[in-house]
Design a protein around this ligand. Structure first.
Ligand code: SAM
Length: 279
């Protein structure tokens, strides 16, 4: 595929590429080839692709596995994919809303407007590997170091569940229509968290509310969200005077574990003796 092929296909399908749907089509076959190669797909893998578009990845995925499911929001593109790749199981709809089928490998040039909810949704599933194309600045947030400006809720949530690395940067000129920003291909490999989390809900909630006010003292954010355990003794909760952006994910887990214990009056093993809901 090159720019001309893509223009022809856009004309044939009658699609008017929309920014709101993140419809910037990849036009470089070599990039697509490498992206699918990184996924290490075997014949028996169940493959899921979000947003097949004009099929630059889909054609390669179907040549590697007989079990490919695509989710496409745009009706004209969904029609095109069904007609061109009959072996694909196509789900028409919004990938943020429709349930994902079971899959081993996830490959997608993500629609930029929904990259965050789709990555978070992805993390709720059990899979072997994901290879995603995202905006470069989003990729930087996925893999950011503690204390950097890109270190965020996304970084911590991802690190909790997976190893994540940028495989290559892809310039904006490799897409049609050309987006304003460059992209990057990121590999996500799920693994168990390298630290203990007593209660996942508390860990994710502490991460969310503290990063919502990343420059505030942790105690301020926790108090505002009603998460500070009542009647705790001075020094019982670590890191309260720090800002969340200075804590690495395992320190955030230590903070969340302490809060969970205090709320639930749990002993050191985390076994709950008195269940109290978080606010
Ligand atoms: N895979 C193609 C490629 O690499 O050229 C297209 C990628 S384009 C960045 C994003 C694709 O996702 C488009 O086909 C768009 O119609 C589709 N899309 C946008 N929002 C979506 C959503 N919420 N759910 C499913 N597909 C969506």
């Amino acid at each position: 595929m090159n720019g001309k092929d893509t223009e022809r296909l856009i004309a044939e399908t009658g699609v008017t590429p929309k920014k709101s749907k993140g419809q910037n089509f990849l036009i470089d076959d070599r990039v697509a080839e490498r992206q699918v190669e990184y996924a290490g797909i075997s014949e028996s893998d169940r493959v899921l692709e979000v947003g097949p578009g004009l099929g630059i990845l889909t054609s390669r995925l179907t040549s590697r596995s007989g079990d490919v499911t695509c989710i496409e929001l745009d009706a004209a593109l969904a029609d095109y994919v069904t007609a061109t790749y009959p072996s694909v199981r196509l789900i028409r709809g919004d990938a943020v809303k429709v349930p994902f089928p079971k899959f081993d490998v996830f490959v997608s040039n993500l629609p930029y407007s929904v990259s965050t909810p789709i990555i978070f949704k992805l993390l709720e599933h059990d899979f072997r590997k994901a290879i995603v194309m995202v905006q470069k600045e989003f990729a930087d947030r996925m893999v950011a170091d503690v204390g950097s400006k890109d270190y965020s809720r996304l970084t911590v949530n991802l690190f909790y569940r997976a190893d994540c690395r940028i495989l290559e940067n892809v310039p904006a000129s490799r897409f049609k229509p050309k987006p304003k920003v460059d992209s990057a291909i990121v590999e996500i490999t799920p693994r168990p968290a390298p630290f203990e989390v007593l209660d996942e809900r508390t860990f994710l909630r502490v991460t969310e509310i503290t990063f919502n006010h990343r420059r505030k003292k942790i105690s301020t954010s926790l108090k505002a969200a009603g998460m500070m355990p009542p009647g705790f003794a001075e020094g019982e909760i670590p890191f309260l005077d720090e800002r969340i952006e200075t804590l690495d994910p395992s320190e955030i887990a230590t903070l969340a574990n302490t809060i969970f214990r205090l709320w639930n009056n749990a002993d050191d093993t985390g076994s709950v003796t008195e269940e109290k809901p978080l606010q």
